[in-house]
Design a protein. Structure first.
Lengths: 169, 92
């Protein structure tokens, strides 16, 4: 069937217009010229041929109209798909930028907190802190120095941090 | 004669449906942002047997940070899906 459609597709549209009009003219001729003695013997073949050509012509007119309608729909869809692809790409770029910005903020916040925690590791920092704030920091440093975390608590932390079995990692 | 007329009528009317084709306009599945496709990193564990409370705190802070980075990816996927669906639903 597809080969047949492919072969019919090769025939130009004007051919089917010609077939239709030939059929109509043949029908008309079969009625008009049927009255003339010499031509009347061709009346029946002319009429049968005319009916057949008209039917084939109308059929392919329908095919052509349908094809044009579908082609218009295809063109419209292809245009919409193209537009959607461009719009999708632009949306991706916008989202990527927004994600990068948020990630930078998250990383920066983490760094700040780590920097803050690091204040309590080294007594050198006390030289840079004035007044009552220094007393508080010194208290914390003293606490950090004297209270190491036992292994059991570290293990508990590690157990929670490790991925569950069957996880991707 | 009636039968022939019916067959011919059916033939003529079938002109539209016989040559109906599938629309050759398949939208391409949109590519996600590369970063979203990368898996979330593993959380940080503490290697030493005895550490100061600040080291434990730093590991916890780092893990919070990793969680928030991963959470951004999750939000990103949701946002990506919502936006792409919105765009492709416009195709009619």
């Amino acid at each position: 069937m597809s080969q047949l459609i492919w072969m019919i597709d090769l025939i130009p549209n004007w051919f089917w217009t010609l077939v239709l009009w030939t059929g109509v003219l043949a029908l008309v001729a079969s009625y008009i010229l049927g009255k003339i003695t010499f031509v009347s013997q061709y009346k029946i073949p002319l009429r049968v041929g005319g009916v057949a050509a008209t039917i084939i012509g109308v059929y392919f007119f329908g095919v052509i109209a349908n094809e044009e309608k579908w082609q218009a729909r295809v063109d419209e869809l292809q245009r919409q798909v193209k537009e959607a692809e461009v719009e999708g790409e632009a949306a991706n770029e916008k989202l990527d930028q927004a994600l990068q910005d948020k990630k930078t903020v998250v990383i920066e916040k983490g760094r700040e907190v780590i920097k803050y925690v690091d204040r309590f590791k080294d007594r050198e920092v006390l030289k840079t802190i004035p007044g009552p704030e220094r007393v508080r920091v010194e208290e914390v440093i003293k606490y950090v120095e004297n209270c190491p975390i036992p292994k059991e608590l570290i293990d508990a932390h590690n157990m929670a941090a490790e991925p569950v079995k069957g996880d991707k990692k | 004669m009636k039968l022939i007329a019916i067959v011919l009528m059916a033939t003529v009317l079938s002109g539209c449906s016989t040559f109906t084709k599938f629309l050759p306009a398949k939208p391409k599945f949109p590519e996600p942002i590369k970063e979203l496709t990368e898996p979330c990193p593993s959380l940080e564990t503490i290697k030493n047997d005895q550490v100061a409370i600040t080291d434990l705190l730093k590991a916890v802070v780092n893990n919070y940070n990793l969680y928030y980075q991963c959470s951004l990816k999750n939000d990103g996927w949701n946002e990506w899906y919502k936006k792409q669906k919105e765009i492709y639903d416009k195709i009619k």
